[in-house]
Design a binder for this molecule. Sequence first.
Ligand SMILES: Cc1ncc(COP(=O)(O)O)c(C=O)c1O
Length: 259
Amino acid sequence: MSTHLFYQSRLPRPELDRAEGIYMWDTTGKRYIDGSSGAMVSNIGHSNPNVLAAMQKQMERGTFGYRLHFQTEASEKLAARAAALAPEGLNKVFFVSGGSEATESAMKLARQYALTCGEAQRYKVISRTPSYHGATLGALAVTGYAPMTAPFDPMMHAMPKIPAPRAYLDGLDPTDPATGHHYAQMLEDKILEEGPQTCLAFMVEPVGGASTGALVPPAGYMQRIREICDQYGVLLIHDEVMSGGGRTGRFFAAEHWDV
Ligand SMILES: Cc1ncc(COP(=O)(O)O)c(C=O)c1O
């Protein structure tokens, strides 16, 4: 079938007819189990009736209210709930349209914070290889995956990278805090090499996503990178685009939501 859509692949694909819960049906009536929640985004199932009802209720009231002009009950309620579920001190929520925009916004907020603190010389965002933080140019600059980044290298500002703590590849024991410290030390070394006063933030996927396949950090790693960041005034950005929203725990557990 000829198409006007740019699919990034010539592989034929079935045409979706409908989807419900874990199932998807194509237009020939064939049923599929969506075992990966699409691209890991349909985690509460397709066409959830509670979600559909809440969306319809809101759409009937109003479809768009620009945040510089209006506040809306729905977004206020969602932000309040997210803040209540977030760790102590994380009280503000900034909604965006996707993961790349989220990581870029986090970097821009970090930069604005540095400017406000009179630290305009801080601009480098350290990240890890491999990692995936998004496809837009800002997010790609902190993504550690050459096949994706190399074509665009001349168009981006090079950002420092350190190895992700893949203890299983390096033959190290992930349960031994010495392993966590070994990888965290790479962060301190990189900060010192780059010049601490130029380092703005360290971006990390707490549980690895597309690039490191559910990589859980070795014992002691997260605690130690927190200490190192604090020591050098470097902001620590958790990219939970893939691992947040209940995928590793209870954030969106039903008891918290009345949709
Ligand atoms: C950890 C992480 N950050 C950012 C992104 C980018 O998200 P999006 O594809 O919504 O732009 C992804 C996407 O898979 C991701 O896994």
